[in-house]
Design a protein around this ligand. Structure first.
Ligand code: PMP
Ligand code: GLU
Length: 405
């Protein structure tokens, strides 16, 4: 028995069966290569390169000085939940009372709380694909069974209400999706969401976790639509949001849900046994983010839009790469299947993983393969980095792909 096998025997089946997060794995790899002196352009992690706005940082400093340094209520400070309740009304025309809101250590924890609170072993969960990597992992952790609902670049990676309905069975408990979407940047329109709401109304045993963490990063010019706005199905929806993307607060670890009271209560109980209330200082910063000036967030969105247009132009020039124009978030999810079967130096490309590793080696550009997002043809690149790096990365990608024959 090798040492690795001996260790695996000691660990739980739960952890042995869990996939490592593909986004985290790739960014770790890229960090290590950089530390070894390689000139890597890291487009792997979905993280705004902007600094957290000054007034939010000031609120955190103030919180320390005012002694907000103790344990916090498990679902979050009352003031923060009140601010989130106001934000839901202001931005989404949604009525969530503070006791229907739970603040967590990142939206990632919010999602884990919800899934672990709702899913029993064997329950079915639908994942419109491509989907964010951790959705599948948490369903597996809860011993649920997930089914992917496939979509391709030709439909802008969106599933239709009819497709969704065709996948619902009596055992379907939950649907998880994001709009704007990670990894595709797709944004469901109000009409598309209304059609999905119609399906849910016909299947009242099905809940939906609607991940709106990229809400602000929306280039459609239309107001963001929350699925919970369709009042007939609001009780079936758990709205997830957070501060990481819209306020460039990834390191602060702050996310939240708005949900029916009984689900919020379950998440509160779950969190009370796992992490307790999230960081007091981050919560005070979050309050300032929601109630303060949103202009810095709008400026970031303008920058993202500018970068999106640049990258779209550059990637569209790469022969064989199939690209669409994403309406939100900060990702491209190009289809690289035209390169399958081609080789360089004796290595043949058969999967998006092969292509992403080839591009890491050959172009020194780090991106994440589509497989962990439930897609077999695409790779994801995050354009949340400087224009200069993006231009250089696209040039390197183009040159490296041209070597495949
Ligand atoms: N949902 C989606 C779709 C994401 O891309 C991410 C990654 N930031 C999260 C949730 C988790 O965000 P955080 O834990 O940083 O709030
Ligand atoms: N959500 C970001 C991403 O998809 C950050 C990494 C993670 O939390 O998985 O890259």
């Amino acid at each position: 028995m090798t040492q690795a096998q001996a260790i695996m025997n000691q660990l739980s089946d739960r952890i042995n069966q869990m996939q490592e997060s593909a986004t985290i794995k790739m960014s770790k790899m890229s960090r290590e290569l950089k530390a070894q002196g390689f000139d890597i352009i890291d487009l792997s992690l979905g993280e705004p390169d902007f600094d957290t706005p000054q007034h939010i940082k000031d609120a955190a400093k103030d919180a320390i000085d005012k002694g907000f340094t103790k344990y916090t209520p498990v679902p979050g400070y009352a003031e923060l939940r009140k601010a989130i309740s106001l934000k839901f009304k202001r931005d989404n025309n949604l009525d969530y009372t503070p006791d229907e809101i739970v603040v967590s250590t990142g939206a990632k924890q919010s999602i884990f709380n919800v899934v672990l609170s709702l899913i029993n072993p064997g329950d079915e969960v639908l994942l419109p694909a491509p989907y964010w990597v951790s959705y599948a992992a948490v369903v597996e952790l809860a011993e649920g069974k997930y089914t992917e609902i496939p979509s391709t670049i030709d439909t802008n990676f969106k599933v239709t209400a009819a497709q969704l309905e065709a996948h619902i069975t009596p055992k379907t408990k939950l649907i998880i999706f994001s709009s704007p979407c990670n990894p595709t940047g797709s944004v469901y329109s109000r009409d598309e969401l209304e059609a999905i709401a119609g399906v849910l109304k016909r299947h009242p045993h099905v809940f939906v976790l609607c991940d709106e963490i990229y809400e602000y990063i929306n280039f459609t010019g239309n107001r963001h639509t929350s699925l919970a706005e369709f009042s007939d199905i609001k009780d079936q929806v758990i709205t997830v949001n957070g501060f990481s993307k819209g306020f460039a607060m990834t390191g602060w670890r702050l996310g939240y849900i708005g949900a029916p009271g009984w689900i919020a209560k379950a998440c509160d109980k779950m969190q009370g046994q796992i992490t307790s209330g999230t960081c007091s200082i981050a919560q005070k910063a979050g309050e300032a983010a929601l109630l303060g000036d949103l202009a810095p967030s709008y400026k970031m969105v303008e920058q993202f839009k500018k970068r999106r247009d640049i990258v779209y132009g550059l990637l569209s020039e790469v022969p064989g790469l199939k690209v669409n124009l994403p309406d939100g978030a900060f990702y491209f999810f190009p289809d690289v299947s035209a390169y399958f079967g081609k080789s360089f130096n004796g290595t043949t490309m058969n999967t998006p993983e092969d292509i992403s590793l080839y591009l890491l080696r050959e172009a020194k550009v780090a991106m994440v393969s589509g497989e962990s997002f439930g897609d077999k043809n695409c790779i994801r690149l995050s354009y949340a980095t400087s224009e200069e790096k993006l231009r250089e990365a696209c040039k390197r990608i183009n040159e490296a792909l041209a070597k495949l024959a």
